[in-house]
Design a protein. Structure first.
Length: 345
């Protein structure tokens, strides 16, 4: 209620009381009753406005996530206003309790995640050390067997070394994802000749591609082959994606290409790895980048792997300032495109 309205009501009540002084007894009683009713109505309106202001303040506090506010409940006031106040107070208590529970759960989850990442990093390191020793001693034994021309044991030893290196790669994936989640993986950018890096990569993958009956085609069209990035991490990404293409393609074609482009006014290098393999369903295109995920359980059992390669690849691309995307059709193949900034910034 505004001050002018209060003054007007007080003036009317005073006028009624003055008129009652000079009126007949019966009329005077009516005039005084009307004045009292007017004053009572004014007081009631003032109390209602105050409570509505409190309600508005508390609702605003809730909107600002301040659930500790409380509204005072006044006796002999409007029942509807008090009921709203009680309801808001109960809502505030419930929301406060929920928020405290959520904060506690968040802190516990963060602590558990840090503990998990630390455990994975430590256990992966402890597993990798003796495994490297096994591989090293196996290579020494193989050299001795070659000198003595013992062909049978050499074949068995080769199988042992292949399995050991596969296990080492799996452990390395777990170690990398643990380091990434813990924020301990660093990138060291430097000037890299992308044409040379991709050529070396194709030579490295050549025997594996040939073993699965696939053909690897390389097409590099770069005016400026120098790229400012971390060569080891970029090579890790490309090996992961090329390894997947080779794993899920049998007797098909795998192509590795690199092109320059402009995106949002900035120069980039787009490296595409396409295959003619089994493809990925449309509803699974983003899921393949989730940790420990493959297209389905059948693919996991048939082709093996932890499902960490693409997860690590996406994280590494983001750390290098770029991105990785995929397009695919079932039984037609997939194309993974890695986009990296071409300028040092």
């Amino acid at each position: 209620m505004s001050d002018s309205k209060r003054q007007a009501d007080d003036g009317r009540a005073a006028a009624l009381l003055r008129a009652a002084e000079s009126a007949a007894p019966a009329d005077a009683a009516l005039l005084r009753a009307a004045a009292e009713e007017l004053l009572a109505l004014r007081r009631y309106q003032s109390r209602s406005e105050q409570q509505m202001a409190e309600l508005f303040e508390t609702i605003t506090a809730y909107a600002a996530l301040d659930y500790e506010r409380r509204i005072a409940i006044h006796e002999h006031n409007d029942d509807i206003t008090n009921a709203m106040a009680i309801g808001l107070n109960m809502m505030g208590e419930e929301l406060s309790h929920t928020m405290r529970a959520l904060v506690t759960a968040r802190d516990e989850a963060l602590a558990a995640s840090r503990a998990k990442s630390a455990f994975l990093a430590n256990i992966s390191h402890e597993l990798r050390t003796p495994l490297n020793a096994i591989i090293g001693y196996a290579e020494l034994i193989r050299e001795d067997l070659v000198e003595s021309e013992q062909v049978g044991p050499i074949l068995d030893l080769d199988r042992l070394m292949i399995a050991s290196r596969h296990l080492l790669n799996l452990i390395q994936d777990v170690l990398d994802i643990a380091r990434i989640e813990a924020g301990r993986l660093e990138v060291r950018p430097e000037s890299v000749d992308l044409r040379e890096l991709l050529g070396d990569l194709a030579a490295t993958m050549g025997p594996s591609v040939a073993a699965t009956g696939n053909v690897l085609r390389v097409d590099i069209d770069l005016r400026q082959p120098l790229l400012h990035t971390d060569p080891l991490r970029l090579q890790q990404v490309l090996l992961n994606v090329l390894g997947n293409a080779n794993k899920f393609t049998l007797g098909g074609l795998i192509s590795l290409s690199a092109r320059e482009a402009i995106v949002d006014g900035r120069p980039i290098v787009a490296i595409a790895i396409a295959d003619t393999g089994i493809g990925i369903p449309a509803d699974q295109l983003e899921a393949v980048f989730n940790a420990f995920t493959q297209v389905d359980n059948t693919a996991t059992r048939r082709f093996g792997g932890t499902g960490l390669g693409l997860t690590i690849s996406r994280r590494l691309c983001e750390m290098l300032g770029g991105s990785i995307t995929v397009e695919s059709q079932l039984q037609r193949g997939s194309t993974f495109t890695i986009r990296l900034p071409a300028d040092p910034a």
